[in-house]
Write a protein that binds this ligand. Sequence first.
Ligand code: SF4
Length: 110
Amino acid sequence: MSHREETFESRRRFLQLTAATALGACLGGWSLFTRAGDLPHLTITDPTAKAMNYVEDAGAANNALYKSGSICANCQFYHGPDVGYGTCQLFPGKAVNAKGWCTSYTSKKA
Ligand code: SF4
């Protein structure tokens, strides 16, 4: 391969890498803009929510696993504000109430 061909090949790879990086940055940025406010709220009638005994208000939890003070906002699976709605890794595509709770609760302190 001549020096000219090597230079061309090097530039081609650089441009491919740059294009792939730009695409990745765009997709990553798009996912950051998917906020809990854009998602439907998880309801207690959702089959998975039912299976995990999800409640919108932890104070209403009627479950032996519930410990006082446990709410979505301080669960390690929760991401979002302390008031209102955020996302939960266990319920992709739905927003959970910061004051909610389910049997998969895991303290952020754990
Ligand atoms: S796993 Fe945690 S954040 Fe998700 S619903 Fe249950 S208590 Fe809330």
